[in-house]
Design a protein around this ligand. Structure first.
Ligand code: EPU
Length: 418
């Protein structure tokens, strides 16, 4: 079993460079199969989710070249096949092949997706959207079977501004006959990134990044190219580490607007940070952190994916903070391990009352999901003594070169095998 071994309380300084966004690339790769030519993605992070998606595209007869963060995908010979269940279950984003295969072949057979166990995570909005476009959907065992004689543009209202449903419906509608409108669409930056690639391939999408997206169907999608945006969650995770342990730590290659909610919360806590050239943050630990309240929301609110890392910072604030998770019902798996390390936290349902500052002590903990794992790494970095984090495969799904990036900035963290 692989574990992180972290020796705590080392200052972080120097520079940490942010990679391309996981939650963008996991949709850009499936989007690429809509092209009948070649697609090039730049700034592609080398994480296990990327590898799983490459495996799926290769299985569908796509050809991929991936080196130096550039991925060239030749999708001219793509075939419609059933992706094996073990592969679909490796990640959540395998569900984007539903929208993409449906648009391309009018037929998709996809096993239930995997991903972090942070709540029930239904995909009913995706399915409703496909149906509105004219598809018939049935479930056979663990598989969705989606077919359409033809896809026709429709007006689709989402009951909740779901990131996955917005992207999946965009993929399915891009070659439909006529115009599709998605109302109450998600506004996350990743959606703009996907629409940019699709438009570059020849699609006609307007309004991505707002709550009303218009997609005029086109017949053909050709070659396309796009830069994967910087990972705002990875950036936020390192910014939080910088607030706790930084001595002029530079987090390089971010988009400030994408982490605005986090930065304003950190300023409220009294953290010293400076943004340079709109793309680098220089951050140092303050004398004291003021307590604050944090509630996760859809973009541009405080990202749910940063809630767990943020809760570690709140254990160091001087007084009582309230942290409320509103997107997922089960995203508090890390709290019991923070308590085990010495944090003073009362958890009721999805609300944690965190009283600090409390010293954390190294011990054995578990990464119950990807961002819980990031929270455990942060806790280990500030704890006295040595922390061992189990189930690190969750963390490696989303943080490129985490060991190299952290040790390069002065942390003592390694992967050990037991
Ligand atoms: N929801 C439904 N029905 C649906 C779709 C969503 O009820 O058909 C609910 C979900 O259960 C959840 C909420 O709506 O309670 C939000 O779900 P959303 O669809 O927005 O999330 P997602 O697309 O499944 C993506 C990211 C998540 C991130 C969320 C919110 C990917 C692969 N995943 O998930 O990332 O938390 O958006 O920003 O893009 C992570 O990176 O750690 C992660 C979990």
């Amino acid at each position: 079993m692989k574990k992180f071994k972290i020796e705590g309380q080392h200052e972080l300084t120097g520079e940490i460079k942010i990679s391309g966004a996981k939650n963008s690339v996991v949709a850009l790769i499936p989007a690429a199969i809509l092209s009948d030519e070649k697609v090039t993605l730049y700034n592609v992070p080398d994480i296990s989710d990327t590898k799983a998606l490459m495996e799926i595209v290769e299985l569908l007869n796509g050809k991929i070249e991936y080196k130096n963060e550039t991925m060239k995908i030749d999708t001219s010979k793509i075939e419609n096949k059933v992706v094996p269940e073990e592969l679909s279950k490796k990640l959540r984003a395998s569900y984007y092949f539903m929208g993409a295969l449906l648009a391309k072949f009018k037929y998709a057979e996809i096993y239930f997706p995997g991903g972090c166990n942070i709540g029930s995570r239904p995909i009913d909005f995706h399915i409703k959207g496909f149906k509105k476009l004219g598809a018939k959907v049935k479930i056979e065992g663990n598989k969705y079977i989606i077919r359409a004689e033809k896809l026709k543009g429709a007006r689709i209202y989402l009951d909740f501004a779901s990131v996955g449903a917005t992207i999946n419906i965009m993929l399915a509608a891009v070659k439909a006959e006529g115009t599709t409108y998605i109302s109450n669409a998600a506004k996350e930056p990743e959606i703009v990134n996907i629409a940019t690639l699709l438009n570059n391939m020849g699609a006609k999408i307007t309004g991505a990044g707002t709550s009303e997206i218009k997609i005029e169907g086109v017949e053909y999608l050709g070659k396309g190219v796009v830069d994967v945006i910087p990972d705002r969650i990875e950036a936020g995770t390192y910014v939080i580490m910088g607030a706790l342990l930084g001595n002029k730590l530079r987090i390089a290659g971010i988009i400030e607007d994408h982490i605005e909610a986090l930065l304003s919360k950190l300023k409220e806590m009294g953290v010293n940070l400076k943004v340079e050239n709109d793309c680098d943050i220089i951050i140092s630990k303050p004398e004291e952190f003021r307590p604050i309240n944090v509630k996760t929301l859809v973009f541009p609110g405080f990202a749910t994916d940063l809630g767990q890392p943020m809760s570690v910072l709140l254990t160091q604030a001087n007084g009582m903070s309230i942290f409320e998770e509103t997107i997922y019902e089960n995203r508090m798996g890390h709290i019991k391990y923070l308590q085990k390390m010495g944090a003073n936290i009362t958890l009721t349902d999805r609300t944690a009352i965190i009283t600090g500052p409390t010293k954390l002590y190294g011990t054995d903990v578990v990464a119950t999901d990807l961002r819980a794992g990031a929270a455990m790494v942060i806790a280990g970095l500030i704890a006295e003594g040595t922390t061992y984090v189990e189930e690190i495969e969750h963390v490696l799904r989303g943080y490129e070169n985490i060991i190299e990036k952290l040790t390069g900035a002065g942390a003592k963290i390694e992967i050990i095998e037991e």
